[in-house]
Write a protein that binds this ligand. Structure first.
Ligand code: ADP
Ligand code: MG
Length: 406
């Protein structure tokens, strides 16, 4: 496959159309010095909090965890369940704008903020669609956006008959609350149907055909309160055990495909009326076609490299969009690669940080998580270099060096 010669240098901010909504809060600008309330307290909230604080905002975070990655950076960490409506109400009353660092927060949280007159960005409607795979895929289908073939499944009988039409291999996924491949089973023969259905405990599910892809890519983009959109081009993603392992930007694909992918992403942001950052995960099939896999209505793992590689990181962009400020330039300074650091690296004790940082181009990001469980995202490394090949080579060498003895 031909390497794209140059990434779209400016990724021009396009004025598409004004956001049309009756809500008086829709145009409210939240100035530096104000407080951003973040539901969720993981690494995405942490990196957003770091950007927000750099710009003079105060950050409050709400989640069931204490001493969380976001809480360590925020001025205030509220520890309560999302079902604790009084705690949710008290939290939103103390902030100027509400946002989310993960979409599995129940939509009632957004509703409470709306009732309290606090702007919620992105809005509850976006959460409602994106927190459930079935609704999300139906949204793609209804809007003529290319999507992986899928069927809704509510019973074993439905699964068995749908497997005949979808074919093998297929993937059965729970409709709600899946991430990092959790709640997913691959089915390669009719005999596996019953155990696959049981393993999801009979929850509403979605059956997808297994896509033969050439590459997985993502487009991270942001939309402001004025309807302007800025995107970061295409990023190539490699997963290991369903968890993002390596991201490369720009993705080594034809510029026509990058154009198609970014146009698809912009269209998703507009059709969902998003204010904030959103990531569109796609498959580039072996036949050269783009299929949307899923959305994340927030900064995304594949966009972490924008911290070191772009004029404005996805996290600063989220702060700007959510606060109603003009979006920043997404221009990429140099080709970049990001390697994820999972808890597995701690199995034999503390990783060898000095060895990884011997290459002065290596940038280390750790999320402040106390316990290094296998498969848990603990941090990432980024390298920017003269070519994506060099960035990949150096970031992987640095990650390997983490496992060398002191
Ligand atoms: P999540 O990220 O929410 O766990 P995804 O649907 O993105 O769920 O699945 C995780 C990964 O599993 C994808 O990035 C891809 O590597 C693989 N995968 C998921 N669905 C399919 C599919 N229909 N065909 C091929 N691979 C898939
Ligand atoms: Mg995914």
């Amino acid at each position: 496959m031909k390497r794209e010669k140059k990434s779209d240098p400016e990724r021009q901010l396009k004025i598409i159309q004004p956001v049309v909504t009756a809500n008086k809060n829709s145009k409210k600008i939240i100035l530096p010095g104000s407080t951003i309330g973040v539901f969720g307290s993981g690494q995405l909230g942490r990196m957003m909090a770091l950007s927000g604080r750099a710009m003079g905002y105060r950050i409050h975070t709400f989640s069931p965890e204490s001493h969380s990655p976001t809480g360590q950076i925020a001025e205030r960490e509220v520890v309560a369940t999302y079902a604790d409506l009084d705690a949710v109400r008290d939290f939103v009353r103390a902030v100027d704008v509400v946002t989310f660092e993960f979409e599995n927060v129940a939509a009632h949280v957004a509703q409470i903020a709306e009732e309290e007159g606090i702007p919620v960005r992105p809005g509850g409607g976006v959460l409602h669609i994106t927190q459930q795979r079935l609704r999300e895929k139906e949204f793609f289908r209804a809007n003529g956006l290319p999507v992986t073939p899928f069927v809704a499944i509510h019973s074993l009988a439905e699964l068995q008959s749908s497997l005949e039409t979808i074919g093998y291999p297929a993937i059965l996924k729970t409709a709600a609350f899946g991430y990092d491949g959790k709640g997913q089973v691959r089915i390669t023969s009719p005999e596996q149907a019953a155990s696959a259905w049981q393993s999801l405990s009979g929850q509403e599910a979605i059956l997808e055909s297994y896509v033969n892809y050439e590459m997985e890519i993502s487009v991270v983009a942001a939309r402001g309160i004025d309807g302007s959109i800025a995107h970061y081009g295409t990023i190539q993603n490699e997963h290991r055990q369903h968890i993002l392992d390596l991201s490369i930007s720009p993705a080594p694909i034809e510029s026509t495909i990058t154009t198609q992918a970014t146009e698809l992403a912009c269209s998703v942001l507009e059709k969902l009326n998003v204010v904030g950052v959103l990531c569109v995960e796609m498959f580039l099939t072996t036949a050269g076609k783009l299929l949307i896999n899923e959305l994340a209505p927030r900064p995304h793992n594949s966009g972490h490299l924008t911290i070191d590689a772009c004029v404005t990181s996805q996290f600063e962009q989220q702060v700007r969009a959510v606060c109603g400020l003009p979006l920043g330039s997404t221009r990429q300074l140099r080709p970049a690669a990001m390697a994820q650091l999972l808890g597995d690296l701690w199995q034999k004790g503390e990783p060898n940080w000095q060895a990884a940082l011997t290459d002065p181009a290596v940038k280390l990001h750790l999320y402040g998580k106390q316990e290094a469980r296998n498969g848990r995202k603990m941090g990432h490394l980024t390298v920017i270099a003269d070519s994506t090949e060099e960035a990949v080579h150096r970031v992987l060498a640095a990650r390997d060096a983490l496992s060398t003895p002191f």
